[in-house]
Design a protein around this ligand. Structure first.
Ligand code: SF4
Length: 281
């Protein structure tokens, strides 16, 4: 299929992918505990292995386009109780699973997983592994914010079997980063990429957004990522959700006066669904 046919095929409104099952499948009715247990026992097959997604919702600063489930805080005192709660929840699963789980895939998403100190992440992952078997061909990855990812984060997670990182770049241009309230530099992106390669991460991916104010085809982050001083192995494009900008963010965070250029006309046609729960603390 040609590129233009592929674009036509997939250029349709879809629910945000950040939750599974996606929000249209959520049911507001409370699920009875027995039904919940029966459901995951039914899905569990000892020999097939399981994939885990762990959501780490804290961020220090709110990006104006964000539609994720996050909590904005600079209070790092939240780390330890949150990790303890996650391990408590994991215990609930362990008590009810019909066998010892075999972990095949694990992804840390957010929020900002690297908001957490590497020692806290170490406690979390070791706590998860304690009563599980680990497959020989694991796929472990995490989302890395360039401004908060340290070499210690990368070392700690590499020692635990992580080999894939997804770096939240979004754009390289300082003026665009300022508009979206994202504080990071190209040097930080480059540094995280170099550390990851040195340490033996086999997949370094950049998340880039198209549809941001001031972006033009010539000053596009994909072009920069391919030709600039930094180069990931792959990049993932996320189309900016116009509704996220204009309807879900606290007033005043997004500077007015920016318009979407012709390359972003898809924005006005899409009907993205918002799934995040934005709150400032
Ligand atoms: S885009 Fe990512 S880093 Fe920014 S506020 Fe949302 S979850 Fe946090």
């Amino acid at each position: 299929m040609t590129n233009s046919l592929l674009l036509q095929k997939y250029n349709t409104p879809v629910p945000r992918y950040t939750s599974y099952p996606t929000v249209p499948y959520w049911d507001e009715k409370l699920v009875a505990e027995k039904a919940w247990i029966a459901h995951f026992q039914d899905a569990f097959q000892v020999d097939r292995g399981i994939s885990l997604y762990i959501h780490l919702p804290y961020c220090e600063k709110l990006c104006t386009y964000c539609g994720c489930n996050k909590r904005i805080t600079k209070n790092h005192g939240v780390e330890q109780p949150y990790i303890a709660s996650l391990l408590k929840e994991w215990d609930l699963y362990l008590k009810n699973l019909p066998g010892r789980p075999l972990i095949k895939a694990l992804h840390l998403g957010g929020g900002t997983p690297t908001f957490f100190h590497p020692d806290q992440l170490d406690t979390l992952i070791r706590g998860i592994f304690k009563h599980a078997d680990i497959a020989s061909d694991v796929d472990f990855g995490f989302e890395a914010h360039p401004s908060s990812t340290t070499r210690q984060h990368l070392e700690t997670l590499h020692n635990l079997g992580f080999r894939r990182i997804s770096v939240g770049v979004q754009d390289f241009a300082p003026e665009i980063l300022e508009i979206i309230n994202r504080q990071q530099t190209e040097e930080e992106v480059q540094q995280v990429t170099e550390w990851a390669r040195e340490l033996g991460y086999t997949s370094v991916n950049y998340d880039l957004i198209f549809g941001l104010p001031l972006q033009t085809p010539r000053a596009h982050p994909r072009h920069h990522a391919q030709t600039g001083t930094v180069a990931p192995r792959s990049h993932r494009f996320l189309q900016l959700c116009a509704r996220t900008l204009d309807q879900t963010q606290p007033k005043g965070l997004f500077r007015s006066g920016f318009t979407f250029g012709p390359s972003q006309t898809g924005l006005v046609r899409t009907r993205p669904r918002f799934t995040g729960r934005d709150r400032l603390r």
